[in-house]
Design a protein around this ligand. Structure first.
Ligand code: NAD
Length: 248
């Protein structure tokens, strides 16, 4: 019960990695403030978690809503111990082909909302000696073909993580990122089956990951088990970023 008495706000909680993280933290005692744009899915998920979760519908492409969710959490629970910035979208497109509106949308959800939620949460996290975990991506560590906006947003998240970590360490707030490799969630489902299989094939462990395998690392990072860990990024990728790319 590592999260007994803790309040965790998790964005993108209705699906994939966010839902797996909410389930795990709730099982270990956390009260979950579950945020997502997908109202019906979120309601069904919160019902599954019973009295331990509260649903809050927000569109994080809107900066006002990204900040307002923190106020709503405080109004509900009176405090915030853990902010999991997890909601994210991808967008295929090389820079020359990418609609600037799509660039803006990806940056708004994947990077701006992380900044806006974090800045609004920090006074509460300082009071609670809490922490922030952001779901970044190995696409922000290296780069993936045809993902100009996503690579850039996730690289920005990694920079912001380090900045927040050093700026608020003295006030007792830890800030870290977890970078998944290819994970079998609805985010990947729009990809052609042969591409999905290829992701598994090029990964040293020979398979894509499961949402629960990321959730366990997010929960570790957010828990007191990681009490001296801040400003770090943990790649959970079946060995993908350890590989130079040269053939076997
Ligand atoms: P997912 O699509 O299953 O879940 C993402 C959730 O975010 C959804 O419930 C969606 O409704 C919500 N969301 C999308 N736009 C939103 C908005 N504007 N406002 C509020 N909520 C919004 O995807 P996932 O794979 O669980 O992704 C979670 C995080 O993990 C994302 O940040 C993603 O970039 C990152 N990630 C995923 C993978 C992967 O392979 N699945 C790899 C690396 C990083």
């Amino acid at each position: 019960m590592r999260f007994e008495g803790k309040v965790a706000l998790i964005t993108g909680a209705a699906s994939g990695i966010g839902a797996a993280t909410a389930r795990l933290m709730a099982a270990e005692g956390a009260a979950i403030f579950a945020v997502d744009i997908a109202a019906d899915k979120l309601d069904a998920f919160v019902t599954e978690l019973g009295g331990q979760a509260v649903a809050h519908v927000a569109d994080l492409s809107d900066g006002d809503q990204a900040e307002a969710m923190i106020d709503a959490c405080i109004a509900k629970f009176g405090k915030l111990d853990i902010l999991v910035n997890n909601a994210g979208i991808g967008a295929l497109g090389k820079a020359a082909d990418l609609d600037p509106a799509m660039w803006r949308k990806v940056i708004a959800i994947d990077l701006d909302a992380v900044f806006l939620a974090s800045r609004k949460a920090l006074p509460h996290l300082i009071a609670a000696k809490g922490n922030i975990v952001t779901t970044a991506s190995i696409s922000g560590m290296g780069a993936d073909y045809g993902f100009a906006a996503y690579n850039s947003a996730k690289a920005g998240v990694l920079g912001l993580t380090k900045n927040l970590a050093i700026d608020y360490a003295a006030q007792g707030v830890r800030v870290n990122a977890v970078s998944p490799g290819p994970i079998d969630t609805p985010l990947m489902a729009h990809m052609p089956a042969e591409l999905l299989a290829e992701f598994g094939r090029v990964t040293p462990m020979g398979r894509v990951g499961k949402a629960e395998e990321i959730a366990k690392v997010i929960a570790f990072v957010a828990s007191d088990d990681a009490s001296y860990l801040t400003g770090q990024n943990i790649a959970v990728d079946g060995g993908l970023t350890a590989h130079t790319g040269q053939p076997d």
